[in-house]
Write a protein that binds this ligand. Structure first.
Ligand SMILES: [Zn+2]
Length: 395
């Protein structure tokens, strides 16, 4: 994770196919790429950032929950007053698909302006077959910049109408939603919120095994608030990632490292919720696990959009080196969406997803915070000029 190559006075040669043809010193590439259009830039070019964990399709922000939490209310008390995840579920169900599409696209344009070129987006505020499929259709209509990777998260919560019969909801997930998701081919991954009080390890295993049988890759919200063996489950089933992990056990850390399941850490969530602890990033890395950082962009626990900010937090709160922080939002972010061979690196054959930042020293990426220093973004070789796009945020 600490292997970073820095090219001074470098250049990137982008082929007509949108892939990187070569990278190296400018003087050498100038000779090799004779006839190519030259774009002069000033700053540091990074691989486009990969945000491997978001819940970006939602309606209104949960401003009341934010204020309630500040008054000392916990998750259960907030839910009892009509807030929490189910308020986002009621909201999404009431919105037209086209309106959700437009709202999500506008929000993702902010992520793009912050340098994110690939973003994983989960469903999970629909929780009916119709509304989960609608959400995945919204995700499918996004892009091309940033590129969206769709994940089915019907097992985000048991919706209120099934509160007294969880078994019936599990049957809807396995017998109705997953077959429809497979039929329509609109998700790459299936995720489950595995947490005491949400879905148990055994329930999570059942949903994930059904998803695996239908050809979906696996992800898991694991050991966020309480350790329950989520990381062990993710590793056991060969999931591509286990996410959150603030309460991961020693056994879970070893299992992730052994199995090559990427640990996706979300420092913004703990910060926003006012939690005093973060995931044990150092122990994960020292055990040999691959660590990625993501925003967890969602209206309840992390309305944050900036991966450079997550990088800064990982250095100041979790003990990552600046090298590890950069790898965690590029190479390992790509690995967490099973795209390690196509993006996340500036190397020949990789997609030309590039983020230009107005800094002198690459370490400044995870140093300055609260300002957006990204000045240009290319996705698949095309300049996106994110600063010149409309980025109205109105709900
Ligand atoms: Zn999440």
């Amino acid at each position: 994770m600490a292997a970073l190559d820095v090219v001074e006075d470098g250049a990137v040669w982008i082929g007509d196919d949108g892939l990187i043809a070569a990278v190296g010193p400018y003087e050498r590439l100038k000779r090799d790429a004779e006839g190519a259009e030259v774009v002069e830039v000033d700053g540091v070019i990074f691989p486009g950032f990969v945000d491997a964990h978001t819940h970006a399709v939602f309606g209104a922000p949960r401003l009341e929950d934010h204020a309630r939490r500040a008054r000392g209310m916990d998750y259960k008390a907030i839910a009892a007053e009509g807030g929490g995840i189910n308020s986002s579920v009621r909201d999404l169900r009431s919105r037209e698909t086209g309106a959700l599409e437009e709202l999500t696209a506008r929000r993702l344009s902010h992520l793009l302006a912050l340098g994110t070129t690939t973003v994983e987006v989960k469903s999970g505020y629909g929780l009916t077959t119709k509304d989960e499929l609608r959400t995945l259709e919204v995700i499918g209509a996004l892009g091309p910049a940033p590129a969206a990777v769709p994940t089915f998260l019907g097992a985000h919560e048991v919706p209120p109408e099934y509160r007294d019969d969880r078994e019936a909801y599990l049957r809807v997930l396995v017998d109705e939603m997953l077959p429809a998701v497979q039929r329509q081919g609109i998700a790459r991954f299936c995720d489950v919120f595995c947490e005491p009080g949400v879905f148990s390890v055994e329930e999570s295993r059942r949903v994930l095994l059904a998803a695996k049988a239908r050809g979906l890759g696996l992800k898991l919200h694991a050991d966020e608030l309480d350790g329950s063996g989520g990381a062990e489950l993710a590793a056991d089933l060969g999931a591509v990632s286990a996410d959150h992990l603030a309460r991961v056990s020693e056994g879970g850390i070893e299992a992730l490292a052994r199995r090559g399941t990427v640990a996706v850490l979300l420092p913004g969530t703990m910060l926003f919720l006012g939690k005093p602890h973060q995931a044990p990033a150092r122990r994960l890395i020292d055990a040999g696990a691959a660590v990625a950082l993501a925003t967890d962009f969602n209206p309840g626990s992390s309305p944050g959009m900036s991966l450079p900010l997550m990088g800064m937090l990982s250095v100041s709160q979790m003990g990552l080196s600046p090298e590890e922080a950069v790898v965690a939002i590029t190479v390992n972010g790509a690995a967490a969406v099973d795209e390690a061979g196509t993006r996340g690196q500036i190397a020949p054959g990789f997609r030309a997803d590039l983020t230009l930042v107005a800094i002198r020293d690459w370490r400044e990426l995870v140093y300055w915070y609260g300002a957006n220093l990204v000045t240009e973004v290319w996705v698949a070789g095309s300049p996106c000029h994110p600063r010149r796009r409309p980025v109205n945020f109105v709900v």
